[in-house]
Design a protein around this ligand. Structure first.
Ligand SMILES: Cc1cc2nc3c(=O)[nH]c(=O)nc-3n(C[C@H](O)[C@H](O)[C@H](O)COP(=O)(O)OP(=O)(O)OC[C@H]3O[C@@H](n4cnc5c(N)ncnc54)[C@H](O)[C@@H]3O)c2cc1C
Length: 244
């Protein structure tokens, strides 16, 4: 069965042949549509506030989106004051069948795109997705996936946890084919992204450890200060046999 969007794409392609691709795409864009003959446009369908300075965007891309693998990133183009800005963002969800993808963006002090997204971006905005890149995927990071009980140590700092969330969701969906430890660094407990969701996933195959700055308010199990080889070894066992 054809979806509405496949039908509208067919209509748009027909119109483009008659009126010209540029003309049709221009008016579709003016109307806030994600239908396009040549660009992967995506509508912001949900915004979740994750921390004081970070939000997650749930996007519904049009049919030109070719998908991604857990752990990859995408070029996102945002128009701010009539100027198009392009930045890379990791997918913070595993690939799913509901057609939505999630990006999680943390604002940097004077950053153009991240400050706009975190403070001003509205639901329904249409953004452009470019190429998808990255080989920090399960196929590349876990070559021993077929060995008896592979172990993985994922190290993240700040918004760098986003591709790890995607990988963790993928591993969870596959029934934890490896024993996984995630060490996530942030200055303070309230800055740790996806803290509650990660705690909820903890089980005998998934260990989650927060690493906070010296002086931060520590809870049981938190580590503080600079990460060390001893900590890594204590958490993930023999590093020679662990994918890090
Ligand atoms: C592979 C990859 C994946 C990424 N994934 C994520 C993700 O999942 N989530 C996320 O939040 N971020 C991610 N990023 C970072 C993201 O791409 C942006 O770099 C980030 O959002 C900042 O963009 P911006 O437009 O807000 O800042 P920009 O305006 O580009 O500024 C970047 C930094 O440079 C400083 N700066 C700007 N101009 C000047 C100047 N003239 N002089 C001195 N300093 C200046 C700013 O203060 C800011 O700190 C990723 C980056 C890469 C490469």
């Amino acid at each position: 069965m054809r979806t509405n969007s496949q039908l509208s794409n067919k209509v748009v392609r027909g119109l483009s042949r008659i009126l010209g691709q540029e003309f049709v795409n221009f008016w579709l864009e003016q109307a806030g549509s994600t239908v396009s003959t040549d660009r992967c446009l995506a509508e912001v369908v949900r915004i979740d506030r994750e921390t004081a300075d970070a939000v997650s965007l749930w996007l519904r891309p049009n049919d030109l989106f070719k998908g991604f693998e857990a752990g990859q990133h995408v070029n996102l183009s945002v128009t701010i004051d009539s100027v198009v800005h392009t930045r890379s963002y990791s997918f913070s969800s595993a690939p799913s069948t509901n057609g939505l993808v999630r990006l999680t963006i943390k604002q940097t002090a004077t950053g153009v795109v991240s400050r706009y997204v975190v403070n001003q971006l509205a639901l329904g905005t249409v953004l452009e997705l470019g190429d998808v890149f990255g080989d920090m995927t399960l196929a590349h990071t876990q070559p021993n996936l077929h060995s008896q009980r592979p172990t993985m140590l994922l190290l993240a700092a700040g918004s760098g946890v986003t591709p790890m969330i995607s990988l963790i969701e993928e591993l969870e969906a596959k029934g934890w084919p490896a024993d996984v430890t995630l060490m996530s660094w942030a200055r303070n407990p309230e800055d740790v992204l996806f803290d509650a969701a990660l705690k909820a996933k903890t089980n005998k195959h998934f260990k989650y450890v927060r690493l906070l700055e010296n002086g931060a308010n520590l809870a049981e199990g938190d580590l503080a200060g600079r990460p060390s080889a001893e900590q890594f070894a204590a958490l993930a066992g023999t590093l020679e046999t662990t994918d890090v």
